[in-house]
Design a protein around this ligand. Structure first.
Ligand SMILES: Cc1cc2nc3c(=O)[nH]c(=O)nc-3n(C[C@H](O)[C@H](O)[C@H](O)COP(=O)(O)OP(=O)(O)OC[C@H]3O[C@@H](n4cnc5c(N)ncnc54)[C@H](O)[C@@H]3O)c2cc1C
Length: 284
């Protein structure tokens, strides 16, 4: 299928984007990498009158490390993040997650900001941002504001972004010494969206877990930081018994929906399997 007709504007500055958003309201949509929006248009799932192309706003692409944070510009592509030495050094969870996103052609165009703004519950970046306690920077005509990733994702394809706002950057605190990570997901074929996945971070001090953050993707309408499940390992360490208890706890914290191929019960079971694998990796 082909997209319905639309007007196109290539923005040369953020203020031009703000003006266009103000003038056209809901009838306008921001176009970044186009890897989700263009298929949605072609399938007639969305029919904006105007696409505002922000892909040439180069100042909003790239990675900077300063003041204990990694700042990732909204227009940074999935590939760039996956190949970045700074990311590998400071946020290796993202390096591991990048390889699970679609295929190289999509990773070369799709952007970090586009993925977060879309808020697909099975996407990798939203879960990583929640696990890493990232701050999402939103800009509009009236200034900028920061929203914690844990507040930003509000439901199925729903975020805290307000009309007129553009996601410009994400600031991620660099985990201190002693933090370990694991990123695991199960997909029907390599490159498919995950059936279920986990972005895991844990601090280990003298062999004991002092902070565990198990964040699940594809297991609810938004990424879920399963705090009670994570706490089991802080209080009881990693053993067969604590794992069993944590897997039971997961049923309280996750609410997966069935899709065409996988029932909700199977997804919950798979989340438990991934929990075991992630914890083995973190404890090793
Ligand atoms: C076959 C296929 C497989 C895929 N598999 C995966 C996968 O496994 N995991 C995964 O995470 N993704 C997957 N994707 C999606 C891909 O990662 C997209 O690149 C990403 O979701 C959206 O980024 P984009 O830059 O392409 O955004 P676009 O498609 O340009 O935009 C997506 C949405 O976000 C809005 N938007 C974009 N940027 C901003 C911004 N800066 N501020 C405010 N709003 C903005 C747009 O208006 C639009 O509503 C897949 C896509 C395809 C086609």
């Amino acid at each position: 299928m082909k997209a319905p007709p639309f007007a196109y504007a290539r923005a040369r500055s953020l203020s031009e984007v703000f003006d266009l958003l103000e003038r056209h309201g809901d009838a306008a949509k921001i176009l970044a990498g186009g890897q989700s929006l263009m298929p949605a248009l072609n399938m007639r799932l969305s029919s904006p009158e105007l696409l505002i192309d922000i892909s040439r706003l180069g100042e909003h692409a790239g990675i900077q490390v300063k003041n204990g944070h990694v700042h990732i510009g909204a227009l940074t592509t999935h590939s760039y993040i996956g190949e970045s030495a700074d990311i590998r050094k400071h946020l290796p969870l993202l390096t591991d997650a990048a390889l699970h996103i679609a295929h190289p052609a999509i990773r070369n165009s799709g952007t970090f900001g586009g993925s977060l703004a879309l808020a697909d519950p099975a996407a990798e970046w939203p879960a990583c941002c929640v696990a890493l306690d990232a701050q999402i920077v939103l800009a509009s005509k009236s200034g900028t504001r920061r929203v914690a990733a844990r507040e930003f994702f509000q439901g199925l394809y729903a975020t805290a972004m307000k009309p007129g706002e553009v996601l410009t950057e994400v600031a991620i605190p660099i985990p201190g010494a002693g933090y370990r990570h694991a990123f695991l997901e199960l997909a029907r074929r390599r490159g498919d969206y995950a059936m279920v996945g986990v972005a895991a971070l844990a601090k280990v001090v003298n062999g004991a877990f002092t902070d565990v953050r198990l964040t699940y993707l594809g297991a609810s309408e938004k990424p879920v930081l399963a705090t009670k499940t994570s706490q089991v390992f802080v209080f009881k360490g990693f053993s067969e018994n604590s794992l069993k208890e944590a897997q039971q706890m997961l049923a309280e914290e996750l609410s997966p929906s069935a899709d065409l191929y996988t029932s909700a019960a199977t997804k919950l079971h798979l989340a438990g399997v991934l929990t075991a694998r992630a914890m083995q990796q973190l404890a090793a």
